[in-house]
Design a protein around this ligand. Structure first.
Ligand code: SF4
Length: 224
């Protein structure tokens, strides 16, 4: 996703979040990116009832979405298209009501983000992307049955390749592209690429619901 979000699809043997939380999740006051820590503190002062902390996997941090509600895309414009598509393609179960208590669950999938804290103007710096990559790398490594990664936007694409130790030039970003990645797991690992399902991309028709559904279904089909 243009703001560095990564959807990962797998067949988890156990609950991956519970099994790996100590390794993959930053603490609520993670101090590693000073600019984002400052932004976090300002958001806490302005909106003390919001989440205002690094967003755990399953969640992506929009300032009024996950940064407010604490659950992935929940409350974000992008969540409407993302969850509708995940429900339609069998990656989610339940009903999405833009509420963390709506009971929606993911199926064979996990959502994480390349940068866990919401950045000003929704634009992380290269240094922040690099710093937070430790958590993305740990998240990927903690999923031994991972078979497909769907990256949403170029930042997610490039950070995922870096997390996997692969060269960008060998696996270029293009909406709808899929790349079989070498030597990542015995069962194979495929990288699927999509434009981010942001308000801007959907309102400008850079990404239509049909285009997005096609890519997500492609990832679903690769698991079947
Ligand atoms: S973006 Fe990641 S590394 Fe930086 S402060 Fe937030 S959780 Fe920590």
């Amino acid at each position: 996703m243009a703001r560095g979000r990564v959807a990962v699809a797998s067949r988890p043997a156990t609950d991956p979040v519970a099994a790996t939380a100590a390794i993959t999740e930053p603490c609520p006051d993670c101090p590693r990116c000073p600019r984002l820590v400052d932004y976090r503190h300002r958001n806490r002062a302005a909106e003390p009832g919001w989440h205002n902390a690094p967003v755990a996997s399953f969640v992506a941090p929009g300032v009024r979405g996950a940064n407010r509600t604490g659950r992935p895309f929940t409350g974000d414009y992008a969540g409407d298209l993302l969850y509708a598509t995940l429900l339609e393609t069998g990656f989610a179960r339940g009903e999405y009501r833009a509420d963390p208590a709506d009971g929606l669950t993911l199926v064979d999938a996990r959502i994480t983000n390349a940068v866990r804290c919401v950045p000003p103007q929704n634009k992380p710096t290269p240094a922040e992307i690099n710093t937070c990559r430790d958590f993305l790398t740990a998240t990927i490594q903690a999923m031994p049955r991972l078979r497909a990664i769907l990256v949403l936007g170029r930042i997610a694409h490039e950070s995922t390749l870096a997390a996997l130790g692969l060269r960008r030039a060998a696996f270029p970003f293009r909406h709808g592209a899929s790349h079989d990645l070498p030597d990542q797991s015995p069962g194979g690992l495929t990288l699927h690429c999509s434009y981010h399902c942001s308000r801007y991309n959907t309102q400008t028709r850079r990404l239509t619901p049909e285009m997005f559904r096609t890519v997500v279904q492609q990832a679903r089909d690769a698991l079947e």
